[in-house]
Design a protein around this ligand. Structure first.
Ligand SMILES: *[C@@H]1O[C@H](CO)[C@@H](O)[C@H](O)[C@H]1NC(C)=O
Ligand SMILES: *[C@@H]1O[C@H](CO)[C@@H](O)[C@H](O)[C@H]1NC(C)=O
Length: 430
């Protein structure tokens, strides 16, 4: 009995062994065949999750925006800036030492009341606000990171491209000035020391032909040669399906101290900008936007240097001081800017070998004028004495004026202004 039992059980074990061996071989073959792709994929997933954990700090409160964004209210001292080794013991400046004054201050009351009527909000405000001592941060989704060419490149500009007016000597770095499909229509000033710039810019929702293209309107504060050492602070609005996953018009900032290579990023997607404001979220949708022959909306952006501490501050509208870029992030801009640019930029990836139909501004040419074409008005620069001043000797630049154009003007109400933009592809821009 015992023997029989033993042999029977052995048989059973033998059978099981066979099954196990079979399963083992199948499993090994499977894992062998996966060896080539699975580990990198899971490594990427791990990388993405680590990056998301770094970007998305534990929120005090979360507000769901109608556009699908989650806006996290993060304690002000837990924001991404403080991951920077140089900012470990940084004491947050809750207000700038200087605020530039001048030119349109007499009009301030008028402008403010007009702004209240036509007030521009961020879409997420309809569902709540962030409490004091927190800042609103658009939560980064896994898909946002996966759309980037790599985890490392997420939140950074893909190609370095700065509008380079022809007056700049061609000692500039060819890679940086090679427009590589980027098209601009801008106004600019140079040849002086600038300590800031301001503009009120019309807000639209330009159509983007392909998701790898974008359309933006912004101020550039530039320092250094147009080489690998270029310093830039940028702020404005953009439509960028790759960055945000939709076609909404969003408030954005950018900074770099090495021509878009290793340093800097959009919004708060890396350590750098220190935000103090609990109302405005970088990268969040702006609402409402202007409509053709209908209501017009614009936003004011001021970027200026606190010449005592050296930090570069940013203000949105007339009341929202958003925060600052610490001086140590920069080389040339630690002193001052050497050039200011205002205007639009689109990516023309030449789908089907033809010019893109991605729009700049409203998608209309400058000649169309108010209510149809997009504008920048009351453009000003900040001088060494901390005054806002009308820019002198404004130049304009565009690569192909048949695709996107720019036209300047001035009057007592709008100061120095320009209309800019265009439809891209059209019979004169094939
Ligand atoms: C600019 O870059 C594109 C692609 O990135 C390249 O095909 C082109 O030859 C470059 N042009 C110049 C003038 O370097
Ligand atoms: C964005 O707009 C393009 C056309 O301009 C459209 O094909 C695409 O589906 C839109 N994307 C989203 C997320 O709505």
């Amino acid at each position: 009995m015992a023997v029989a039992y033993f042999s029977r059980s052995r048989k059973r074990i033998g059978l099981n062994n066979g099954v196990f061996l079979f399963i083992f071989i199948v499993l090994s073959l499977t894992s062998l065949s996966c060896a080539a792709r699975q580990p990198p994929a899971s490594r990427q997933k791990l990388q993405v999750h680590k990056h998301l954990k770094r970007l998305n700090k534990p929120p005090v409160k979360t507000i769901e925006s109608p556009d699908g964004d989650k806006i996290d209210c993060i304690h002000i001292s837990h924001q991404p800036a403080f991951d920077h080794p140089f900012l470990k013991d940084h004491k947050i400046q809750m207000r700038p030492n200087y605020h530039p004054e001048g030119l349109y201050d007499s009009e301030k009351v008028k402008t403010e009341s007009k702004e209240r009527e036509n007030s521009i909000h961020q879409l997420w405000h309809v569902n709540g606000m962030c409490p004091e001592d927190t800042i609103p941060i658009r939560r980064t989704k896994e898909d946002d990171v996966l759309r980037a060419s790599s985890v490392k490149r997420y939140g950074k500009k893909k190609q370095s491209s700065i509008p380079l007016p022809r007056s700049i000597p061609k000692s500039a770095d060819p890679d940086l000035v090679n427009e590589s499909g980027h098209q601009h229509a801008i106004a600019y000033v140079e040849g002086d020391k600038f300590y800031g710039a301001k503009a009120t810019m019309n807000v639209w929702e330009p159509k983007i032909q392909q998701s790898n293209e974008f359309s933006l309107s912004q101020i550039w504060i530039l320092g250094g040669s147009f080489g690998e050492d270029l310093n830039s602070i940028e702020a404005g609005w953009q439509v960028s399906p790759d960055l945000y996953g939709d076609n909404n018009t969003r408030l954005f900032t950018y900074w770099t101290s090495d021509a878009y290579q290793a340093t800097g990023c959009y919004n708060l997607l890396c350590s750098g900008f220190i935000q103090i404001n609990n109302n405005i979220a970088m990268g969040a949708s702006i609402s409402p936007v202007s409509a053709y022959r209908n209501s017009q909306y614009d936003i004011s952006i001021l970027v200026w240097k606190d010449q005592k501490e050296g930090n570069w501050w940013m203000q949105f509208g007339n009341g929202y001081v958003l925060g600052y870029w610490p001086s140590f992030l920069f080389s040339y801009l630690a002193d001052s800017a050497s050039m200011i640019e205002w205007g639009g930029e689109v990516v023309n990836s030449e789908p089907d070998g033809q010019h893109t139909s991605t729009q700049m501004g409203s998608g209309q040419f400058p000649e169309e004028g108010f209510g149809k074409a997009s504008y920048f008005r009351n453009i000003q620069v900040v001088d060494k004495e901390n005054n806002l001043k009308a820019p002198k000797d404004i130049g304009t630049f565009t690569e192909q004026s048949n695709c996107y154009d720019v036209q300047t003007g001035s009057n007592s109400d709008w100061g120095h202004y320009f209309y800019y933009g265009g439809p891209g592809k059209n019979p004169n821009c094939p």
